[in-house]
Design a protein around this ligand. Structure first.
Ligand SMILES: Nc1ncnc2c1ncn2[C@@H]1O[C@H](COP(=O)(O)OP(=O)(O)OP(=O)(O)O)[C@@H](O)[C@H]1O
Ligand SMILES: Nc1nc2c(c(=O)[nH]1)N[C@H]1C(S)=C(S)[C@@H](COP(=O)(O)O)O[C@H]1N2
Length: 206
């Protein structure tokens, strides 16, 4: 499946961003049930981001080589700045998303997986079953999220207002993308407040 469309106001003064979304599910890709992964990813990111976004979406089965090939294509050919996957992170025999992601890595970013499991433990005791990883490939950040559609918003947004707070992983994404030479990602603070050191913050757009 291929879909590359641009949404939002490209003339709003924010850097354009290319985002790859990959839903990894045997049953959704075979049409046994309707995919909810891509819509959930896109819905949350559309709320959270102020940049104009070009989306590149793929719905694929849990096949390790196919997942790696998709990630390579999104980064090397489609020039995505950020790629988010959903599904295939658990312990079942066909859950191979972390292996497929590590196979295309230049660098591992273990903090994302650690933080996601911390956040998810606030929602489900089975959070420890998710082996999600994040990696850098070239100038792109690739992050695995769990397959439950509701886990997408849970891990990206966290529980910033709970006691104690649990910052969502997306708060660290914009500065990570800065550091690898990508576009300056700006968020709606009401959905997700991006964390950057003061010296890395650009003047806000009016
Ligand atoms: N893309 C999806 N769309 C809708 N629901 C999903 C999707 N992926 C997972 N789910 C739901 O979350 C549950 C756990 O996800 P998991 O990735 O472990 O799926 P699975 O059991 O490996 O099956 P499959 O790969 O066929 O989706 C699934 O059983 C399903 O109810
Ligand atoms: N936030 C959140 N994390 C979660 C879950 C969830 O419902 N919410 N489900 C867990 C379960 S039950 C499993 S098996 C693992 C792996 O899921 P995956 O194979 O769908 O990626 O994610 C875990 N992490």
């Amino acid at each position: 499946m291929s879909d590359d469309t641009t949404t939002s106001d490209a003339a709003n003064g924010f850097d354009p961003v290319r985002i790859g979304l990959v839903s990894i599910s045997d049953r959704a890709s075979a049409g046994v049930y309707q995919d909810q992964g891509l819509p959930a990813l896109r819905e949350w990111l559309t709320k959270a981001l102020r940049n104009p976004v070009a989306w590149v979406e793929r719905l694929i089965p849990d096949e390790q080589d196919g997942i790696s090939a998709t990630l390579r294509a999104l980064v090397d050919d489609e020039h995505c700045d950020l790629v988010l996957t959903t599904g295939g992170t658990g312990p079942a025999p066909r859950d191979v998303t972390p292996e497929a992601t590590l196979a295309v890595a230049d660098k591992e970013m273990p903090g994302f997986g650690e933080q996601m499991r911390q956040i998810s433990l606030r929602f489900v005791p089975t959070a420890i079953l998710s082996r999600q990883v994040a990696v850098i490939r070239g100038k792109a950040l690739v992050i695995n999220l769990p397959g439950q559609p509701k886990a997408i918003a849970e891990t990206l947004e966290g529980l910033p207002n709970a006691t104690p707070p649990a910052p969502g992983i997306f708060a660290a994404v914009p500065y990570c993308v800065d550091l690898i030479g990508g576009p300056y990602i700006e968020t709606d603070a009401a959905v997700c407040k991006a964390f950057r050191p003061k010296s890395a913050i650009r003047a806000p757009k009016s």
